[in-house]
Every structure is written in structure tokens, then in C-alpha cells.
Design a protein around this ligand. Structure first.
Ligand code: COA
Length: 189
């Protein structure tokens, strides 16, 4: 099959186009309240039994490589299992990116590692001048991934999430210029 989006390898990860064969592991790790509670209220909870297949068939497949780019995250040590995903899209809502990792894979630096080549691809190949990110106020894990990539928090706005306790979102901006500065500073660390 021809790839609609490029695959990337990092030190510990393989990022590649999601296939039908990835859906069982997608379901296994994504359908977990600890993961879904932090997402926009447009994601249903309780999560429908066919929700992952619906998202794959109606959102990922038709848009993949067009105005949306969705990578499955795999460990090099266990490449057949999807452990998370990074989703990038052209039209800001206001954000351009979403991501999640299976809960048992948190706290190992995998998402920070995964977003690096995707940010590079967005700026260098897809022509983004800036990327807008968003997370629930209080989602410190997601916030840290942004901070460590050189993004700046620009706004707190009202927003609804799956967890009804979360009522505000942080908006972050990463300009291409700031990302290049951030990368060059990392080289000197
Ligand atoms: C958001 C989410 C992907 C972040 O996961 P995470 O595991 O905290 O992020 P990373 O994989 O980048 O891991 C970072 C942590 O691993 C730790 N770590 C351990 N070993 C590491 C290593 N070898 N390299 C780098 N970091 C390492 C770091 O200390 C770091 O924490 P810190 O930044 O506070 O110091 C995850 O919490 C998640 O899926 N949440 C639910 C869905 C969600 O919130 N999505 C985002 C909506 S906006």
C-alpha cells in the first residue's frame, strides 16, 4: 500500500500511518477514562463500542495526508502494537494538534519524543508558520509537552471537556521562528 503520510523513527519510537490492523490496540489503550476525560467534549463518553472504527473510517481515512495527518505511535521494541497517536490538522479549531498515549506508557518521555519529527514535518514540509495547541487548564502532562517544545501559552478560554470539572482551556502558540530558536538552544544544552 502507498503511504499517504511519511513514517518517522526516533530513538525509541516508530510513527506511522494507522492501519486497520492497529484498531484493536488503538481501542485497548484509547478507551480509558483517564485518557478520554482530558479530551474535548465533542468526544463522546461513554465511548461507543464502534467509536474507534467510526473515527478511522470517517475521519482518518478520508482526510489522511490531505488536510489531516494522523500517526500511530509504536515502540521499536514492540512495533506491532499501537500505544498512542498524534493527530495534526490544517484548519485550527483553534488548535492544530491532538495526542494521546496509553496510560501505562505515560511518564517515559514518549510523547515529547513523538511530537519532535511531527513538528519538524509541519513546519518544513507542510508549510505551517505557526502551530496552535490546546489543553484543559490543569492537564499538566499535556502542558509540559508543549512547554518542552518551546511553545508559549497565549490565552485561557472557556472550553468544555469530557470531564465536566474541566471548564477552561489553555491555548499555546509555537511559531516556526520560536521552534527554530528552541531547537538551536537544545543543541547547546
Ligand atoms: C498528554 C500525555 C500524552 C502526556 O504523556 P506524558 O507521559 O506525561 O508525556 P511524555 O511521554 O512526554 O513523558 C514526559 C515525562 O516522562 C518523564 N520521563 C521519563 N523518562 C524519560 C525519558 N527517557 N525522556 C524524557 N522524559 C522522560 C519526564 O520526567 C516527563 O515528565 P516532565 O516533563 O514532567 O519532566 C498523556 O498524559 C495522555 O495521553 N493523557 C491523556 C490524553 C491527553 O491529555 N491528551 C492531550 C489533550 S490536550
Amino acid at each position: 500500500m502507498t503511504e499517504k503520510i511519511p513514517s518517522f523513527q526516533t530513538e525509541r519510537l516508530i510513527l506511522k500511518e494507522i492501519q486497520v490492523s492497529d484498531l484493536p490496540s488503538y481501542k485497548k489503550y484509547f478507551v480509558n477514562y483517564a485518557v478520554i476525560s482530558q479530551l474535548s467534549a465533542s468526544v463522546p463518553w461513554p465511548y461507543p463500542a464502534d467509536g474507534v472504527e467510526w473515527f478511522f473510517n470517517n475521519v482518518i481515512l478520508p482526510k489522511q495526508g490531505n488536510d489531516r495527518w494522523v500517526w500511530g505511535i509504536h515502540l521499536k521494541d514492540n512495533p506491532n502494537e499501537l500505544i498512542g497517536a498524534v493527530d495534526l490538522w490544517r484548519q485550527g479549531t483553534p488548535e492544530h494538534r491532538g495526542f494521546w498515549l496509553g496510560e501505562e506508557f505515560w511518564g517515559k518521555g514518549y510523547m515529547t519524543e513523538a511530537v519532535e519529527p511531527i513538528t519538524e514535518y509541519a513546519f518544513n514540509e507542510l508549510g505551517f508558520d505557526e502551530l496552535i495547541f490546546s489543553n484543559a487548564l490543569g492537564n499538566t502532562k499535556s502542558r509540559r509537552v508543549k512547554e518542552k517544545a518551546g511553545a508559549t501559552m497565549i490565552e485561557i478560554r472557556p472550553c468544555l471537556f469530557v470531564d465536566p470539572v474541566l471548564t477552561q482551556a489553555e491555548t499555546w502558540q509555537l511559531t516556526k521562528e520560536n521552534w527554530l530558536i528552541h531547537k538551536s538552544l537544545l543543541l547547546f544544552k
